[in-house]
Design a protein around this ligand. Structure first.
Ligand SMILES: Nc1nc2c(ncn2[C@@H]2O[C@H](COP(=O)(O)OP(=O)(O)OP(=O)(O)O)[C@@H](O)[C@H]2O)c(=O)[nH]1
Length: 201
């Protein structure tokens, strides 16, 4: 049974194929897989220890499934998140529209969650014709939503570490640690509580 504690709960949201799993893989394992695409089923969890603002903290990362089939389940995973990375694929405008859906949902349901927009697959838009999300539109939207925006490439690693470090730094400022024990989230307990909440609805 997983009883690991995390200090910051971070959730990744976005349309299927928008690059969420690849982003986590690049950040946590420093690798990019060229094997055929496999959609995430349900969700995946990974923890990463980091240093931020002079504090050691554990980032708990929930990578959710982008398929609309799993939308209800995805809602379980963003509950109580301190931060969310909403991903969209620069080569696909529908994924930008889907990102707006998740941002609205977070603003309405998780008022304390910091939202970061992540425009993925930057390595593919060197050729301007390949870019399907207008540069000004996405910057205007980020400004309007008061969300930080990062253009990343999991293939080259561009901006990936910077994104997660920024999240850790922002969250570290708010974290309260006692002498030895950080006040974190017990994954097992919290997951059970969420499941119970979900079942009684
Ligand atoms: N060139 C390039 N391809 C990428 C990048 N990120 C992801 N991909 C590719 O895009 C496809 C989808 O990536 P995933 O990371 O599986 O997407 P996902 O959002 O986790 O998808 P779901 O699990 O269905 O929600 C895969 O074939 C990846 O190899 C990137 O930065 N550059």
């Amino acid at each position: 049974m997983n009883t690991q504690r995390v200090d910051v709960k971070l959730v990744l949201l976005g349309r299927e194929y928008s690059g969420k799993t690849s982003l986590v893989e690049r950040f946590v394992f420093d690798r990019f897989s060229c094997t055929p695409y496999q959609s995430t089923i349900g969700n995946a969890f990974v923890a990463k220890r980091m240093e931020a603002k002079g504090k050691n903290l554990t980032l708990g990362i929930w990578d959710t499934a982008g398929s609309e089939r799993y939308e209800a389940m995805t809602r379980i995973y963003y509950r109580g998140a301190q931060a969310a990375v909403v991903c969209f694929d620069l080569t696909e405008n529908t994924s930008f529209q889907r990102a707006k859906f998740w941002v609205n949902e977070l603003l309405n349901c998780e008022e304390h969650c910091r939202v970061y927009l992540c425009a993925t697959k930057a390595d593919l838009v060197g050729d301007k014709m390949a870019r399907k999300v207008d540069l000004h539109d996405m910057h205007d939207y980020a400004e309007e939503m008061k969300a930080q925006l990062f253009e990343t490439s999991s293939k080259t690693g561009q901006n990936v570490h910077e994104l997660f470090q920024k999240i850790a730094d922002d969250c570290a400022e708010k974290l309260v640690f006692t002498d030895q024990t950080p006040r974190g989230v017990n994954i097992t307990k919290d997951a059970k509580r969420e499941m119970a909440r979900c079942c009684v609805k």
